[in-house]
Design a protein around this ligand. Structure first.
Ligand SMILES: [Zn+2]
Length: 263
C-alpha cells in the first residue's frame, strides 16, 4: 500500500473518508496506529464535528487539523487550524473576509453565525469579489494562543443550502453527527432520510464491537439515541441501527441526506 511504501507521515483527507478508510484497514488487519507512519492529518471539504475529529485522532493515533478551502478560490488553501486546534486562521493576506446574514445580505457582528463572503487579493487571471460561499460559521475575534494575528473562523456548521427544515425546525446535519459520534457504540457511517410529510429517519451503522447480537442492548442504544437527538433537535427522529459497513459510501464527499419528501 502506498501509505506504507512511502512511509507517509501526513495526509489531507475528507473526514468521512478517513472513517471509511479505517474500516478498510480493519478488514486487512492493518493497525493504523502501528502499521502506518502517519503523524498528522488535515481534514476538510465537508462539514464535520469535533467528535468526528477526536474519533479520527483516536483511530489513527495522530493529530487532526481542520482546514477550509473552496475550488473557486484556491482549493484547500483558505483557512487552517494551528497547533491549538481552536478555530481556523484565515489567510487574511490573501482574502478579505465578510460574514453576512444570508437572508438580508447585511454583515453580522463577530461571534454571530452567518455566511462567509470572500474576496481574493492575490488571484491575477480571475479575481473573485465578494463571493458568497454558502458556508456558515462565525468569526472568533479574540487573539489565538499561538500568537498569529490572522482572525479565526469557528468550525463550520454547514452550508446555508444544506440546512433542513423539519416540522418547522431548522436542523443542520452536523447537529445529528455530533450526537451520533459522541457514543462509542456508533460506527463510522450514517444517513438521514426525510420522506412523507416530514418524517425523519436516521440510519446509523453500529461499531463492530457493539454488533454482538444482543437485542436488548441494541434497543437501549436506539432509545438513548432517540432521546439525545430529540434533546438536540427538538424533533424526534426514528433511529434505525444497521450492521457495520452496510450503508453506501460516497465516491467523494459524503452524502448524508436523502430528501424524498413530497412537500
Ligand atoms: Zn492559532
Amino acid at each position: 500500500m502506498l501509505l506504507q511504501d512511502f512511509k507517509s507521515t501526513a495526509v489531507h483527507i475528507l473526514p468521512s473518508y478517513a472513517l471509511y478508510f479505517a474500516g478498510f484497514l480493519e478488514q486487512r488487519n492493518i493497525n493504523p496506529r502501528k502499521d502506518l507512519f502517519l503523524r498528522k492529518a488535515f481534514v476538510g471539504a465537508e462539514p464535520h464535528t469535533e467528535e468526528t475529529r477526536q474519533r479520527i485522532e483516536e483511530i489513527y493515533g495522530i493529530d487532526v487539523y481542520n482546514s477550509y478551502g473552496l475550488t473557486e478560490m484556491n482549493g484547500p488553501g483558505v483557512a487552517f487550524e494551528c497547533e491549538h486546534k481552536a478555530g481556523l486562521h484565515l489567510w487574511e493576506d490573501h482574502f478579505i473576509l465578510e460574514v453576512i446574514d444570508p437572508a438580508t445580505g447585511e454583515p453580522v457582528p463577530d461571534g454571530t453565525p452567518g455566511e462567509v463572503v470572500l474576496t481574493s487579493l492575490k488571484r491575477e487571471a480571475m479575481p473573485i469579489l465578494r463571493y458568497r460561499t454558502r458556508d456558515i460559521t462565525h468569526v472568533i475575534a479574540e487573539p489565538c494562543a499561538c500568537g498569529r494575528t490572522h482572525r479565526r473562523l469557528a468550525r463550520f456548521t454547514g452550508r446555508s443550502d444544506d440546512m433542513l427544515i423539519v416540522r418547522g425546525v431548522n436542523i443542520f446535519p452536523t447537529q445529528i453527527e455530533r450526537v451520533l459520534m459522541s457514543l462509542p457504540q456508533v460506527g463510522r457511517n450514517y444517513v438521514i432520510i426525510l420522506e412523507g410529510l416530514d418524517d425523519m429517519t436516521v440510519k446509523v451503522e453500529l461499531a463492530a464491537a457493539a454488533f454482538d447480537g444482543d437485542v436488548d442492548k441494541l434497543q437501549l442504544l436506539q432509545d438513548k439515541l432517540q432521546e439525545k437527538l430529540k434533546a438536540e433537535l427538538w424533533v424526534r427522529p426514528k433511529v434505525d441501527l444497521v450492521p457495520p459497513g452496510s450503508l453506501p459510501v460516497a465516491e467523494g464527499k459524503a452524502k448524508r441526506v436523502i430528501d424524498k419528501r413530497s412537500l
